[in-house]
Design a protein around this ligand. Structure first.
Ligand SMILES: *[C@@H]1O[C@H](CO)[C@@H](O)[C@H](O)[C@H]1NC(C)=O
Ligand SMILES: *[C@@H]1O[C@H](CO)[C@@H](O)[C@H](O)[C@H]1NC(C)=O
Ligand SMILES: *[C@@H]1O[C@H](CO)[C@@H](O)[C@H](O)[C@H]1NC(C)=O
Ligand SMILES: *[C@@H]1O[C@H](CO)[C@@H](O)[C@H](O)[C@H]1NC(C)=O
Ligand SMILES: *[C@@H]1O[C@H](CO)[C@@H](O)[C@H](O)[C@H]1NC(C)=O
Ligand SMILES: *[C@@H]1O[C@H](CO)[C@@H](O)[C@H](O)[C@H]1NC(C)=O
Ligand SMILES: *[C@@H]1O[C@H](CO)[C@@H](O)[C@H](O)[C@H]1NC(C)=O
Ligand SMILES: *[C@@H]1O[C@H](CO)[C@@H](O)[C@H](O)[C@H]1NC(C)=O
Ligand SMILES: *[C@@H]1O[C@H](CO)[C@@H](O)[C@H](O)[C@H]1NC(C)=O
Ligand SMILES: *[C@@H]1O[C@H](CO)[C@@H](O)[C@H](O)[C@H]1NC(C)=O
Ligand SMILES: *[C@@H]1O[C@H](CO)[C@@H](O)[C@H](O)[C@H]1NC(C)=O
Ligand SMILES: *[C@@H]1O[C@H](CO)[C@@H](O)[C@H](O)[C@H]1NC(C)=O
Length: 565
């Protein structure tokens, strides 16, 4: 019975077998040697937060004498314990990549991911071409340099490869045609920021299984004529910061499977193409830093699957179409930095999933629609530098998730809507340079997370009360009509770096030495008020800028000596 039992054990727990087998332990020692050929440098290639990757030194847990099939980042074939996958992305590996690396002694590798490590401008080893069964290769952001011959040797042998990611690899000496023979198995090809030269091989667009193509940030790549195959299954296309023909834009509606399209940084000789608005599966559309010649067609409202729309800084003109209100899945809408004019359509209040709304730096006029108060998920509202007028609608108090409220440099008037419990999550408030008046709202004092308060150049009046947020870093209330004494809570905000209260009508006596309680204070402006400053000490404060014009400085000459301004 015993031998059969053993056999069964090995059948069902093949890693047990691996730890005894000679080929298994051979792979393990190759891996140890591979690990030892690098040093570990914290975040050698910055990757935190990218695509949900966790950044830590995976190889630190690799221990000689243990079964490498159980090591972090290593996957073995269960039948014969061959190492078939190695994922060491974001593992802090640093150093030159040796061309005789013991990695090449793992002939059964099907998946190799070394993305986000730093190989110190090593040439990409053509020996990677030995992995003829490689299905997945990710060498993004590794500091490899792609030499023409090495890449040819490698790519020629990757006959099975389905996913190839080489983003950020320097390929200035490489003609894009080295990629012409990739097989019909190819699903992902990502060559962003490679500085590729020459004509991109046209046949890539005909590969029937191609799902992801990223050629972004390759200014010298020739994509003309770019004609996309009607039977394409592309879901993810990034052609940002490249240049392509208008013909492509007019035929982009061939790509009916497309979910992600990034055309940022390109020039268009029209507004947003109606051809793009025919892509009914599109979930993310990003055309930022581009140059449009015209505006947004009403048909943009046909993109009903859209979740993320960023058309910022792209010279779009004309009105914001009402039809945007049809895009009920939208969570992110950014049209800032354009020449859009007219009113903000009320229909934007339909976008109940919206968390981010950016319309700043346009020429929008009229009132802020009350309907924006329906956007209960909103965390970011940026409308600054427009020509909005009228009062801030009361409904804005509904936006309890707001973290950023920025409507500076408009012509808003009246008082700020008030309710003590409003905006419990607010971090930053900027209403600078409007015509707002009345008392500062009570939520300003109670919002527990506030860091920045910018309310300068308005007509606010009344006293400044005690703030409750200990997180305050910046307070700008200059050029208003505020009265009364400085609230004493200000001296508790250890993170305060800037305090500007100039040109108000503040009164009272302040012991200047109190400011030395604020270790981070760099900028203090109390000028043009009716404040008296006293000092009984020369203890230093760490200011780089101090303005006290027209303050009553009874002991100024004495403490001036102690200041390092
Ligand atoms: C990185 O490359 C430079 C220049 O080639 C070299 O001087 C340095 O030793 C290399 N660093 C490591 C860790 O290999
Ligand atoms: C790789 O080559 C270098 C010399 O170029 C040598 O010092 C090193 O021992 C070799 N490593 C292996 C694993 O063969
Ligand atoms: C490509 O594969 C062949 C055999 O399949 C091998 O002889 C050759 O060395 C490989 N090329 C490179 C660059 O590894
Ligand atoms: C592509 O394959 C053809 C036919 O096998 C060959 O003539 C050509 O040199 C290959 N091109 C590259 C860049 O590998
Ligand atoms: C589109 O690709 C298919 C293969 O996927 C090919 O048969 C067809 O000729 C291509 N069409 C055009 C117009 O290139
Ligand atoms: C958009 O699609 C509709 C049918 O869905 C078609 O009639 C129309 O011609 C297409 N428009 C463009 C510009 O492709
Ligand atoms: C921006 O678009 C307008 C037309 O809407 C055009 O007149 C202007 O030249 C464009 N600006 C640039 C820099 O191309
Ligand atoms: C938003 O606020 C307004 C008035 O302030 C109120 O009438 C409306 O019911 C609120 N809407 C939601 C969705 O809470
Ligand atoms: C002050 O800043 C430090 C460093 O950014 C931060 O860790 C701390 O939480 C801040 N204090 C408050 C009260 O917000
Ligand atoms: C400042 O306040 C005093 C009374 O507190 C008032 O008499 C004076 O007019 C105010 N000055 C300005 C410039 O508002
Ligand atoms: C002033 O700043 C320096 C360094 O920026 C710091 O070492 C010192 O403790 C600070 N002094 C005070 C009084 O906060
Ligand atoms: C200076 O004045 C402050 C507040 O008025 C007081 O707390 C402190 O004890 C005084 N220091 C000295 C050295 O008199």
């Amino acid at each position: 019975m015993a031998p059969y039992l053993f056999l069964c054990l090995f059948l069902f727990f093949p890693h047990l077998y691996a730890s005894f087998s000679s080929s298994g332990s051979h792979s393990c020692s190759s891996l140890i040697q591979f690990k030892d050929s690098f040093s570990i440098t914290e975040d050698a290639s910055y990757c935190n937060g990218i695509a949900g990757l966790k950044s830590y030194p995976k190889t630190n847990s690799w221990k000689e004498g243990t079964d490498c099939c159980s090591w972090d980042g290593v996957t073995c074939d269960h039948l014969n314990a061959h190492v078939i996958a190695l994922d060491l992305s974001c593992s802090w590996l640093y150093g030159n990549f040796p061309s005789n690396s013991t990695l090449f002694l793992l002939p059964h590798l099907q998946k190799l991911n070394l993305a986000y490590n730093e190989f110190n401008l090593s040439e990409i080893p053509s020996e990677l071409g030995r992995f003829t069964s490689l299905l997945y290769l990710d060498l993004s952001s590794t500091g490899f340099v792609g030499d023409k011959h090495a890449l040819e040797g490698l790519v020629q042998n990757l006959t099975e490869v389905r996913h190839l990611f080489l983003d950020g690899m320097e390929m200035a000496s490489v003609n894009a045609h080295v990629f012409m023979n990739l097989s019909s198995s190819l699903r992902s090809l990502s060559l962003a920021g490679c500085d590729l030269q020459g004509k991109f091989p046209k046949n890539i667009f005909d590969l029937p299984n191609l799902n992801l193509l990223n050629l972004g940030d390759n200014q010298n790549l020739n994509l003309d004529p770019l004609k996309l195959n009607r039977s394409s299954n592309l879901e993810h296309l990034d052609l940002s910061w490249t240049s392509f023909s208008t013909e492509f834009i007019d035929s982009v509606d061939n790509l009916q499977a497309l979910k992600y399209l990034d055309l940022s940084g390109n020039s268009f000789f029209q507004g947003l193409s109606v051809s793009i608005t025919n892509l009914s599966c599109l979930e993310q559309l990003i055309i930022s830093g581009a140059n449009f010649f015209g505006g947004l067609p009403d048909s943009v409202g046909n993109l009903v699957s859209l979740k993320f729309l960023d058309l910022s800084y792209s010279n779009l003109s004309g009105p914001v179409p009402k039809s945007l209100g049809n895009l009920l899945q939208l969570t992110h809408l950014d049209l800032s930095g354009n020449q859009l004019s007219g009113q903000i359509p009320r229909s934007l209040g339909n976008l109940l999933q919206l968390t981010y709304l950016g319309l700043w730096q346009n020429q929008l006029s009229g009132q802020i629609p009350r309907s924006l108060g329906n956007l209960l998920q909103l965390t970011y509202l940026g409308l600054w530098q427009n020509q909005l007028n009228g009062q801030i609608p009361l409904s804005i108090l509904n936006l309890t998730q707001l973290e950023y409220l920025r409507i500076a440099e408009n012509a808003l008037k009246g008082s700020i809507p008030d309710e003590v419990t409003a905006f419990p999550n607010l971090i930053s408030l900027d209403l600078t340079n409007n015509l707002l008046s009345g008392a500062l709202p009570s939520w300003l004092y109670t919002s527990p997370s506030l860091k920045d308060i910018k309310l300068s150049q308005n007509q606010f009046s009344g006293h400044i009360k005690e703030f409750q947020s200990k997180s305050l870093e910046l307070i700008e209330l200059q050029n208003n009509k505020l009265q009364g004494p400085l609230p004493s809570s200000i001296f508790q905000f250890l993170n305060l770096t800037k305090l500007n209260l100039s040109s108000n009508n503040l009164t009272g006596v302040i012991a200047f030495s109190m400011f030395s309680n604020l270790p981070n204070l760099e900028y203090l402006d109390l000028s043009y008020n009716s404040l008296s400053l006293t000092s009984n000490t020369t203890s230093s404060v760490n200011l780089t800028s101090l303005f006290l014009s027209s303050c009553n400085l009874s002991e100024f000459p004495q403490f001036l000596k102690g200041l390092k301004v």
